[in-house]
Design a protein around this ligand. Structure first.
Ligand code: PHE
Length: 341
């Protein structure tokens, strides 16, 4: 029996076709639709049939062809759908924790210092890192050619000797005094620059926090009390302080403050070179010449100032032995401060 007499059965067969994967589907496509497949075979037989049957059979073959194409497309879609499901991620799998960034130890310590002083009523102030000679030196009572300028190795700009990178945040004292009348009670955190060879113990930039308090009747006792409170908030209730006479051009009298070594508890260790004490800041009463240079009446007002290195405080808190680690952005180093965040 010729295929062409059997079209309804063939259509039924096509509707029942099944394929489990792309390969089986391809076999079906070849069997029915390829050049040597069923549809072309039917077309071959169609050419032989009597003219009066052509119309009826032509429609039937077309139907069969459409049915075959539809079924094969349907099966292809089915296979693609199941594939998509197996490739979907396993939603029941536990997720990996997203790694959290960490705050830089210098930022952590700077924030802690600011926090302590803001509880004592200090406001924040800042100024530019690229400064002029006046704010860094002259207004701070460093006369021109005064050897005290050599205490801080300065970065100069050759073509503009007046423009420098600030060597200390004391320049911000001057900026605050020139725009604000007493009472002044500010804390100035910032980056400073010195022309030093980079090593484990020195860097060409570091961070300071400066404090300035000016009002009527401010005394050295006030300074000492505030610094003691700071030291105990920062390093623990049992921390002791001691003040040693020192020299800064902008303060008179001047002192350096040590705290009892918080690493060995004052017993003596490598960090405090067996002395039991470590230096953490410079301070003193604002020199009347500085008040005068910045437009504040030294007969009416007195003040104190202090300045500390944030890296130094951070070293004491976290025992970082090499200053260079602070600016290398090594993730392994930074991740050590996750728990401190
Ligand atoms: N500016 C000083 C320094 O950088 C620190 C300091 C600040 C000392 C304020 C006294 C008063 O070394």
């Amino acid at each position: 029996m010729a295929l062409i007499d059997n079209i309804p059965a063939l259509i039924e067969e096509i509707r029942q076709l099944n394929a489990n994967n792309a390969e089986e589907l391809e076999t079906l496509r070849i069997k029915y639709l390829s050049k040597k497949g069923l549809v072309p075979q039917l077309m071959g037989e169609f050419r032989q049939v009597a003219p009066e049957r052509k119309r009826e059979l032509g429609v039937a073959i077309n139907n069969l062809k459409t049915e075959a194409q539809n079924r094969i497309n349907e099966l292809r879609q089915k296979i693609e759908d199941t594939q998509e499901i197996t490739e979907r991620p396993d939603l029941t799998r536990t997720s990996y924790p997203t790694p959290l960034g960490t705050r830089h130890p210098i930022s952590l310590v700077r924030e802690e210092i600011i926090d302590i002083f803001s509880r004592l009523g200090f406001c924040l102030a800042d100024g530019p890192e690229i400064e002029d000679d006046w704010h860094v030196f002259s207004s701070m009572n460093f006369p021109e050619d005064h050897p005290a300028r050599d205490m801080q190795d300065t970065f100069f700009i050759e073509s503009h000797p007046d423009i420098i990178l600030r060597t200390h945040t004391s320049s911000v004292q001057s900026r605050v005094m020139e725009r604000q009348k007493p009472p002044i009670r500010v804390i100035c955190p910032g980056r400073v620059y010195r022309n030093e060879t980079i090593s484990a113990r020195a860097h060409c930039f570091f961070h300071q926090v400066e404090g300035l308090y000016i009002d009527e009747n401010v005394s050295f006792t006030d300074l000492k009390q505030v610094l003691l409170l700071f030291a105990q908030e920062m390093f623990g209730r049992n921390t002791k302080i001691r003040l040693r006479p020192s020299y800064f051009p902008f303060t008179e009298p001047s002192a350096e403050m040590d705290i009892s070594c918080n690493i060995c508890g004052g017993k003596g260790c490598a960090f405090c070179k067996n002395t039991g004490w470590v230096e953490i800041l410079g301070c003193g009463m604002v020199d009347p010449a500085v008040l005068e240079a910045n437009g504040i009446d030294p007969d009416k007002y007195t003040g104190y100032a202090f300045g500390m290195g944030v890296e130094r405080i951070t070293n004491l808190k976290y025992q970082v032995k090499d200053l260079r680690l602070f600016s290398e952005n090594d993730k392994r180093f930074l991740e050590e401060f996750i728990s401190a965040n």
